[in-house]
Ligand binder design. Structure first.
Ligand code: GLA
Length: 714
């Protein structure tokens, strides 16, 4: 709901208020983001910030006011939400309110994915701000939903002057929080170790920035951060989430100012960014989704999970049961023949697997990673029946067929590069760098986007392909100009939206050398993303736990692979691998023809278990119970919305002699219901499970996992 009361604009969600007030000078000030407040005019409280400041208060300086979209240079000298330079060199700006427009429904973000209404009641405020002295308009868009505690923000900046302007930065959201003791949580990592949770205290004078300028959203820093009151935990404390719906270079910046106020901004990374605005031209930022939780990180995560499942992930697969798949990559790498693939598929079918995915190596002359990206035609030497023939044979086994593709890339050794050497991302004056022997196609150009759309469409039309793994295996170097990365990102969205719209029945999975582009921008088009190339179950505890901070488990692609693990050499039991993978879109990635009869029986049970658990994975509420970042245990729980079913996963990471484990207290259940545990058939009250907790029967070994399924008695 959005209401206007005098000079106060009040945005409400399920339990939160986001309030801004306009002062007498027309500055748009931030008043409150937090628990719900009554609806009234708060404008006369807007000078509380100048109290007790001594001589500085005489200056009525914007430096002391919390603002909605701060400018630099006219008394506020903190980091601004945007920066413009005029032709004359001037870069000072000040925005004042021109008007407010409130409308039903969500905002549209030009050329980029954003939240959609999805049948839920949403309203959008457009606050139009102007700097009449330099001819600049900034429209701030805020979308709220009645049933969520989120505010989705973006800004459109328009040059209304007669001269060119240069935009040097343009954040999507800026939030000035009151004096407090805050911490920032962000997701940091590298290839094979994505989305580690890192918490940093925010102190006066120290700027904290979680940013990435590597091309895609990146393995290193995810475009998500949370600001929490110090000491906030999973289920307690005030937490503010910031999640950017964007797949390019991004930044979430926090700064505690001289008085202890905290400014947090999220958007396109200003480093490497610039945009020339001709007279009349506008620039639209991506959407930043802010979330308020008064019950710790857990509630914030569940809110993001709901919003992204219902109002971001598009298409029929977003909320459909996903097929259990087998991918041949770790089973064969490039070394396969049609015969070998069919043997694996047949064996997988016998286990109950639904979908066979052929990974890298099926096209051009691709037998290693040094050639053929760009030549998306089948290698008949390896696959004499072609992709269509292979798909038919797989379908004949009663399975769906899926294919890997990396359409944004080209190897120098390819027909595509030989015919279009000028289609790659590069500067004019330097040999571009190759990473994994490949270049990036220049998606800032319309003709290159058209080529990619047509190439992928031709592959999809050529055979009965029901799933695509869309990979992107390098970072972006040699960008030809400041702001290039954004133009590329727009091209990427243009391509994926065209392809996914053309093939609405195909299930698309995102991938970027594992989890290098695990972001809401990709999720809008592809409802599942390969979380990491590291498929080791123990490493995955942290990867999946960290990823779940912002992303729903139904989006996290998880596979059972071979032991010893190929990325870190660890031996784990088939049980540990399966148990860990249940909290995701489940599949296998190993040569199943080598499994023993005993292992085959276990895999069949795992698949049956996953089919039972899938509704919970897709729609349930996630509770993180024990963090692998904080100790020797990792556990999580998924509860159905009606609180009748629950799935519990617990892992004791290393065995310890003579150790007792604390009872595990579950969450989110109904205290008054009686739950029956599926395997032991034991009955427990919800009150006992949550308030006293239960003993977890860990086996005496490293990486001991336990799963339990609870059903409420009628
Ligand atoms: C990337 C992906 C892997 C696999 C290989 C193929 O690394 O993350 O899953 O598809 O490419 O080259």
């Amino acid at each position: 709901m959005i209401t206007k009361n005098g000079k106060t604009i009040h945005l409400t969600g399920r339990g939160m208020s986001y309030i801004m007030v306009e002062n007498d000078d027309g500055d748009l000030l931030h008043f409150h983001f937090g628990r719900r407040l009554p609806d009234c005019d708060y404008a006369d409280m807007a000078d509380e910030w100048t109290e007790g400041l001594g001589p500085i208060s005489n200056m009525a300086s914007l430096d002391v006011y919390p603002q909605e979209y701060p400018a630099y240079g006219y008394t506020d000298l903190r980091r601004p939400a945007y920066g413009v330079t005029r032709e004359s060199g001037g870069f000072v700006s000040r925005l004042r309110v021109r008007e407010y427009k409130i409308r039903e429904g969500t905002a549209a973000v030009d050329g980029m994915p954003c939240l959609f209404g999805g049948g839920k009641k949403a309203q959008t405020l457009e606050a139009v701000l102007c700097d009449d002295d330099i001819g600049l308009n900034v429209s701030l868009f805020y979308t709220v939903f009645d049933e969520y505690d989120i505010v989705a923000r973006c800004a459109v900046i328009t040059n209304r002057s007669e001269e060119d302007m240069t935009l040097n930065s343009a954040f999507s959201s800026s939030l000035d929080l009151p004096i407090g003791n805050y911490e920032m949580l962000h997701l940091s990592g590298t290839w094979g170790r994505e989305r580690d949770i890192v918490r940093t205290p925010l102190k006066s004078g120290i700027k904290a920035e979680a940013s990435n300028a590597r091309g895609g959203s990146g393995h290193q820093i995810n475009p998500f951060a949370a600001i929490a009151e110090a000491g906030a935990e999973e289920e307690s404390g005030e937490v503010y989430g910031f999640s950017l719906i964007y797949s390019g270079n991004h930044c979430t910046a926090a700064e505690v100012d001289q008085f202890g106020f905290l400014r947090v901004m999220q958007g396109i990374n200003p480093f490497g960014f610039q945009k020339k605005l001709s007279p009349g031209e506008a620039f639209c930022t991506p959407q930043s989704v802010l979330c308020y939780s008064d019950e710790g990180f857990g509630k914030m995560s569940r809110e993001y999970h709901d919003v992204y499942r219902n109002n971001l992930m598009r298409g029929k697969w977003a909320n459909e049961p996903r097929p259990v798949l087998i991918n041949n990559w770790e089973g064969t790498y490039y070394d396969f023949t049609e015969d070998k693939l069919l043997k694996i598929a047949k064996s997988a079918r016998g286990l109950g697997i639904d979908l066979f995915v052929l990974d890298d190596g099926w096209f051009g002359k691709r037998n290693s990673d040094n050639r053929s990206l760009g030549d998306w035609t089948v290698n008949y030497e390896k696959l004499p029946s072609g992709i269509d023939g292979l798909a038919e044979k797989i379908n004949g086994l009663g399975m769906k067929f899926g294919l890997w593709i990396e359409p944004e890339m080209v190897n120098p050794d390819s027909e595509l590069f030989r015919s279009h050497p000028d289609w790659i991302v590069r500067t004019a004056d330097r040999e571009p760098a190759q990473i994994r022997n490949q270049y990036i196609l220049d998606l800032s150009r319309g003709e290159v986007c058209e080529y990619v759309i047509n190439a992928v469409s031709a592959v999809l039309k050529g055979a009965n392909i029901e799933y695509i793994k869309w990979d992107m295996n390098r970072q972006m170097t040699d960008m030809p100009y400041l702001g290039y990365n954004h133009e590329y990102t727009l091209g990427f969205y243009r391509v994926v939206s065209a392809v996914t719209e053309k093939f609405p029945n195909v299930l698309f999975e995102g991938c970027s050398a594992g989890g290098g582009r695990f972001d809401p921008g990709v999720l809008a088009y592809m409802p599942q993303i390969w979380a990491s190339d590291n498929s080791d179950a123990v490493s995955r505890l942290k990867i999946q736990y960290g990823t779940s901070m912002c992303y729903p488990v139904s989006a996290i692609s998880t596979h059972v692979t071979a032991s010893p693990n190929h990325q870190c050499g660890r031996n784990t039991s088939l049980k540990t691998r399966g148990d860990t993978a249940y909290a995701g879109t489940f599949g296998y990635e190993l040569d199943v023809t080598n499994l023993t009869d005993e292992e085959r029986a276990e895999v069949k049970e795992q698949i049956a278990a996953y089919r039972r658990l899938q509704p919970l994975v897709r729609e349930g509420d996630l509770y993180r119970l024990q963090s692998p970042f904080e100790g020797n245990y990792c556990s999580w729980e998924i509860v159905s919305r009606d609180r009748k079913s629950a799935f519990l996963f617990a892992c004791k990471i290393l065995a310890l002699a003579q150790s007792k484990d604390a009872r595990l207290r579950m969450r989110g259940l109904d205290e008054n219901k009686t739950y029956v545990e599926r395997t032991s058939k034991k009955r427990f009250s919800g009150a006992l499970l949550m308030n006293r907790g239960i003993k977890i029967p860990y086996a005496m070994s490293d990486f001991a996992t336990v799963t339990m399924e609870f059903e409420a008695e009628e």
